[in-house]
Design a protein around this ligand. Sequence first.
Ligand SMILES: [Zn+2]
Length: 289
Amino acid sequence: MSKLKVQIIKWGIVFLPLIIIVFILKVFLPGFSREVRTSQFGDSKSFQTEHFYTLTKEIPESPRQVATLCEDFYSAFIREHQSQISFKNLENRIEVFFFGNRKEFDNFYKSQYSRSIPHNAAFYSPVQQRIVLYWNNNTRETLYHELTHMILDINVDFHLPEYSVWFNEGLAMYFEKYQVVNGSLIPGELDNEAVLFVRQAFKNHMFVPLTELCSATAVDFRSRKNTIYYYESYLFVYFLKHVKGADTFLQYFKEEGKPGECSPYALWDILQKPSIEIEKEFLRYYKIN
Ligand SMILES: [Zn+2]
């Protein structure tokens, strides 16, 4: 046997098991890690579509219905916005964990993050690419809300966008009111409950000035007083889109989508007015003061 052949056999003996191990890991590890992750959910029903893997536990909807809701919203959203924003394909299926009640949802959150979110009904985890919620009579709205976070987070073709919390939440609240009819997104009406709530908050001196809202953190949106933050963010997004116009809105959306944190001045620069003037317009539009 030539020296070369001996060398090849020698290296083959060393590397072949390694190649086999790598191959096995590549084929079985994703499935295995999914098994580990989904076992955290406990006994459940599951269903898989092109982009979603849903697990449900004692809720009126079947996992298939939940997955279909997600799939329909996702594809309608992409179709509707792809002329303005470039989207990339999802690399992995998004997991949707749908618990039957608040208690199980709480327990799950605590097991994952060692703290609780008593004032929120659902969340999206960008790290695990997973939506977690519990059944509260608003399946469609809650799902659309979290799906908006998901699309903003992973599907927009910018690198590491860091949306301002108010903008991210405002958009999610804005799109949760949409409906999907025959594959098209149908906008929701202005939510009067939000307007009434903010009017009342203004009277009670609980209104959050818009500059403060724009620099609010995730902690504000998890707090006991988070409703005013959510409603104001929603109304501000609605105001930008419907009063300031789609082009201005898109310009700001792209600014927010750029890498890193958005400058607190970007919005007022785009609107070409100082924040105090915009706030006056905002209050007038909703007849708040
Ligand atoms: Zn949200």
